[in-house]
Design a binder for this molecule. Structure first.
Ligand code: MEV
Length: 365
């Protein structure tokens, strides 16, 4: 997927596993290439940041409730090389067309070095709830940091903070640090107003939103090593800007305060799902995912396309729900039969993407 496609400017490419592609091949082909020479010229840097999948707590996390997210295998890869002129994907680089990238180069790093040739490769569906802009921001931040100083240590917390500020700009000030922290740290991340018991605190984040100041504690959770399950994401083919969905929920809550009960219910389900995940109780995780989908329907963020993919995978899944902002975008199933679930998604008109739970976070390749 090229940069324009990654940002949703050039149609929506198909980036899931083909029907008949063996699972092992598919996974290998979607990981950064370990054989790529790591003796690149000094003036060239490659960085990769994963996408994320929210298992529980999307939308509620914007209001300080907990969310649980895992990094996925697919993500965004950036290559920067010093050049005679500024280009992106072989075209002249116009900063106003690439606000995320310009923000990182100019506002965050005050980059004053040689012009750069920028290449972007994304394995994520765009505007689909998989954190493609967070991954872009983290990979770009890591690459710029390293091209400015080849000895610079990668600071994933700093990158997560940079990405959170950029997301907030794009989401009218209503953005939790979930997407950027999960892509930066990798593994399984819990974001909540207060630290959740059984998690390891990593950093705190805060933001002034139109509904007042919000504070989050960003924590990590060790997943059991022997989890015998896969995530299968199903893209509806419909892009859905997170900012609009988050604003829609804010409006709903303002008009009908009884909907806050659904947020409280999501918080309880999230806690139950997290406990089940930590204990490796996959059946209970699946039940919590199903319950979470029902509550997300009640706050109006599901869609007929999402519901139909969720229904299609249920016979082969432990649980299924929409993931991310909703309205379109993706659903996710937890399953021990990823191939069957991927096929069910394709038959129902979606595009599948298979991942393990909890890939590594942002890194220099
Ligand atoms: C988007 O991936 C998740 C939301 O909860 C928004 C956010 O956390 O900023 C919908």
């Amino acid at each position: 997927m090229n940069h324009l496609q990654a940002l949703g400017l050039n149609g929506t490419p198909k980036c899931g596993r083909a029907f008949n592609q063996p699972l092992a091949d598919y996974i290998t082909s979607h990981l950064p290439n370990p054989h790529f020479p790591n003796t690149l010229a000094k003036d060239m840097v490659r960085a990769f940041a994963p996408g994320k999948c929210i298992l529980f707590g999307e939308h509620a996390v914007v209001y300080g409730h907990p969310a649980v997210a895992v990094a996925i295998d697919a993500g965004v890869e950036i290559e920067l090389s010093e050049s005679d002129s500024w280009t992106i994907e072989g075209m002249p680089f116009e900063s106003e067309k690439h606000p995320h990238i310009s923000h990182i180069l100019n506002d965050v790093f005050d980059y004053g070095g040689s012009p750069l040739k920028i290449k972007i490769e994304s394995g994520l569906f765009s505007a689909a709830g998989l954190g493609s802009s967070a991954a872009l921001s983290n990979a770009m931040g890591a690459a710029v940091l390293r091209i400015m100083d080849s000895n610079a240590e990668l600071d994933s917390v700093k990158l997560a903070r940079i990405g959170h500020a950029a997301e907030a700009k794009a989401q009218s000030g209503r953005a939790s640090p979930t997407d950027t922290a999960t892509s930066a740290l990798g593994g399984c991340v819990v974001v909540a107003g207060n630290q959740v018991r059984g998690t390891k605190h990593v950093f705190d984040a805060s933001m002034v939103t139109p509904e007042g100041e919000r504070k989050w504690s960003v924590c990590e959770v060790e997943l059991p090593v022997d989890l015998d399950a896969w995530l299968v994401l199903g893209f509806t083919g419909i892009g859905s800007p997170t900012g609009e969905m988050v604003a829609g929920v804010a409006k709903l809550l303002e008009e009908d305060s009884s909907k806050y009960q659904e947020m409280d219910a999501i918080a309880m389900i999230t806690q139950a799902g997290l406990t089940a995940l930590g204990a490796g109780n996959l059946e209970a995780v699946g039940i919590a995912m199903d319950a979470c989908h029902e509550k997300l329907q009640k706050i109006g963020v599901s869609s007929p396309e999402l519901d139909s993919l969720v229904e299609a995978v249920r016979p082969h899944s432990l649980g299924a729900k929409l993931t991310g902002a909703g309205g379109g975008g993706c659903m996710v199933a937890l399953t021990q039969h990823p191939q069957r679930v991927a096929e069910a998604i394709e038959v129902a008109g979606g595009t599948p993407l298979i991942s393990r739970l909890g890939a590594d976070g942002v890194r220099i390749l």
